[in-house]
Design a protein around this ligand. Structure first.
Ligand SMILES: [Fe+2]
Ligand SMILES: [Fe+2]
Length: 457
């Protein structure tokens, strides 16, 4: 889809394209820029106008939603059963060609995953209204109710850190669209309540790609816990999927505003289709192209770092790296010289020996994802030893043991001293935002919020 990318709310024309507009907006919203609220609102209006042009598969009447959600879930279950049957008969992986491909996916959906739940942040303000209970519970569960082992954002951040793939330089602007929508809703849910409900309805339905991704990540030695967690928590019989439908039915007006409200719900629902979705990200991977693009990004930093004593195909490494567009040729030259022996064990290639290992000359130049790209590109058709499937290990520490000396936590605890419960809830709320809830003070605040909410109701 082509989108005019001026996000400030001012009129735009196709000529006025800003290549990093979504990324810039995402960053501004995440970092509490002074004009964040106004920008979020203008952005949501613009995205809703785009969503209005998309087809909608919601049923016509809200009363049909429960049956609709159950049918969708049954369809996903049977498609997944068909996938499993194919795999059990020896079929190939259908999503990820190799581990680099899987890390590419994790990295590109990261802007969305690290703000998981943010679209529901505004539900905190409705803690006294029982009709919002399901949505608020969903939000608090996204936050793991303050348990770091169950906080979705923290689980995802740890996954990125474990595979050293949290760098965002290689991402396209479109990868920030969904995260920006979620952060915008976090600020403007009072103005866009029906749209938030609709967006949540779409987001919390279990998709097929979640099941297949989890299955294949595990095979590739990547802990799929973030994904399997969502298979159970978003289920349609009692989980977030069911709560999404119930919340809508509870909050729909009983008067003549009902139809208009549901129309706005349907519009918010379609926002889920904007940007690039998980399956599109997965299909967009091309190993050769990614290796070249990654080395091209490194080129500027690396061009003056090499001594000129060895030449590849008549040119020094510095000469190869001196201008853009020569990486593919450079790789080809290294293959011809025998520095890279593709379709075999990477450790047989001199180029790989320079990269991998504590004493390698280029130790530390490439992060985990970048090394995996080079590794899998060299390995090519070579089938190395089978990956051991990943097992999820719970962290041993208890929630209360988190960083007791953290200064933010300490100052929050000091501020809460002697405050009556209702005032304490107000003081805690800002700590349950997308930017803060996964920090030690945020986790503490979430646990206190959960306790006080139960006590005060
Ligand atoms: Fe989640
Ligand atoms: Fe969820």
């Amino acid at each position: 889809m082509s989108v005019f990318k001026t996000l400030s709310g001012t009129p735009t024309s196709p000529g006025q394209c800003d290549d990093d507009a979504y990324r810039e907006l995402y960053t501004a919203l995440y970092n509490d820029a002074p004009d964040a609220h106004a920008r979020a609102e203008a952005f949501l209006r613009q995205q809703l106008a785009l969503a209005a042009g998309l087809p909608c598969d919601l049923p016509e009447a809200p009363e049909q939603l429960t049956a609709w959600a159950e049918q969708r879930c049954a369809d996903v279950a049977s498609e997944y059963a068909a996938y499993l049957a194919k795999r059990k008969q020896g079929g190939e992986r259908e999503y990820f060609q190799n581990k680099a491909h899987a890390l590419y996916f994790l990295q590109r959906v990261a802007p969305t995953k690290v703000v998981d739940g943010a679209w529901l942040e505004g539900m905190l303000n409705h803690w006294q209204d029982l009709r919002f209970d399901g949505l608020l519970t969903t939000y608090l569960e996204e936050l793991g109710k303050g348990d770091p082992r169950q906080n979705h954002v923290l689980i995802y951040r740890k996954l990125l850190a474990e595979h050293d793939c949290d760098d965002q330089q290689g991402l396209d602007d479109e990868h920030f669209v969904q995260g920006a929508i979620q952060l915008a809703f976090a600020r403007c849910s009072a103005e866009f309540l029906p749209e938030v409900i609709g967006y949540n309805l779409g987001y919390e339905q279990l998709p097929l790609h979640l099941l297949i991704s989890a299955y294949e990540l595990r095979e590739l030695g990547i802990d799929p816990y973030y994904f399997t967690l969502h298979v159970t928590i978003d289920n349609v019989s009692s989980g977030h999927g069911r709560k999404a439908v119930e919340a809508l039915l509870d909050l729909l007006p009983l008067d003549e505003g009902r139809a208009a409200f549901f129309q706005r719900v349907a519009l918010g629902y379609r926002l889920n289709e904007l940007g690039v979705g998980s399956t599109a990200v997965i299909k967009g991977f091309d190993l050769q192209r990614e290796v070249v693009a990654m080395l091209e990004r490194k080129r500027e930093f690396g061009q003056h770092m090499h001594s000129d004593y060895c030449k590849v195909d008549g040119q020094t490494v510095s000469q190869w790296l001196s201008s853009p567009g020569k990486i593919a040729q450079f790789l080809g030259a290294m293959e011809r010289m025998g520095w890279i022996k593709r379709h075999g064990p990477p450790q047989d290639s001199r180029f790989w020996q320079l990269i991998e290992g504590g004493t390698a000359a280029m130790f530390g130049v490439f992060d985990g994802y970048e090394k995996q790209l080079i590794h899998d590109w060299i390995a090519g058709d070579w089938q190395g030893p089978r990956q051991r499937p990943a097992v999820h290990r719970d962290q041993p520490h208890q929630a209360d043991e988190v960083a007791p000396t953290d200064p933010e936590l300490k100052s929050l605890q000091d501020n809460l001293l002697g405050q009556p419960p209702a005032r304490a809830l107000e003081l805690l709320m800002p700590w349950l935002s997308a930017q803060r809830h996964h920090r030690p003070a945020g986790l503490f605040a979430t646990r206190r919020f959960v306790e006080l909410r139960t006590r005060l109701r």
